[in-house]
Design a protein around this ligand. Sequence first.
Ligand SMILES: CC(C)(COP(=O)(O)OP(=O)(O)OC[C@H]1O[C@@H](n2cnc3c(N)ncnc32)[C@H](O)[C@@H]1OP(=O)(O)O)[C@@H](O)C(=O)NCCC(=O)NCCS
Length: 136
Amino acid sequence: MTPFEMAKLHLLSGSLTRPWSESEYKILLSTDTIRFFYVENGFLVGRLIGPDAEILNVIVHPKYRRLGKARYLIDKFEKEAKEEGSSKCFLEVAESNSRANKLYQSLNYLSVGKRKNYYEFVDGRKDNASILAKEI
Ligand SMILES: CC(C)(COP(=O)(O)OP(=O)(O)OC[C@H]1O[C@@H](n2cnc3c(N)ncnc32)[C@H](O)[C@@H]1OP(=O)(O)O)[C@@H](O)C(=O)NCCC(=O)NCCS
């Protein structure tokens, strides 16, 4: 999957926050600490920083959801992170993003903090970020 295809999928995903551009994906993918996994119609971008791993984004095309693609991608990332020495995986998710919250809950991520009004959506609304974590 190319940075162009990732940006296109991000745009299609219904994201309430500003979709990342092709050049932003290009920069991310050329960063040492970044790990990237993909399936047909979905991808995950994560970062490894010593003992901590972080999921930066996981996106599946709206027509191909509830097929286990995000679960598969997260499992791959957690395994890779563990192999490279990480012991905990973190992520941030908007409180109103119920699909994503259900996904992470189903994978045993637990809330470890909150950032108030962290997200500013493209329509001007704001939302809190939940910080979730899991031992891997
Ligand atoms: C969140 C997202 C990545 C989930 O992708 P997905 O491939 O549909 O998720 P999976 O099929 O792997 O779902 C795994 C589990 O998560 C939970 N889940 C996922 N979507 C759900 C939904 N819409 N409603 C309820 N539970 C859901 C379920 O427990 C599901 O298991 P099940 O289908 O066996 O019941 C997808 O909806 C998406 O791309 N959303 C927009 C981008 C986004 O919000 N990303 C997260 C940023 S933090």
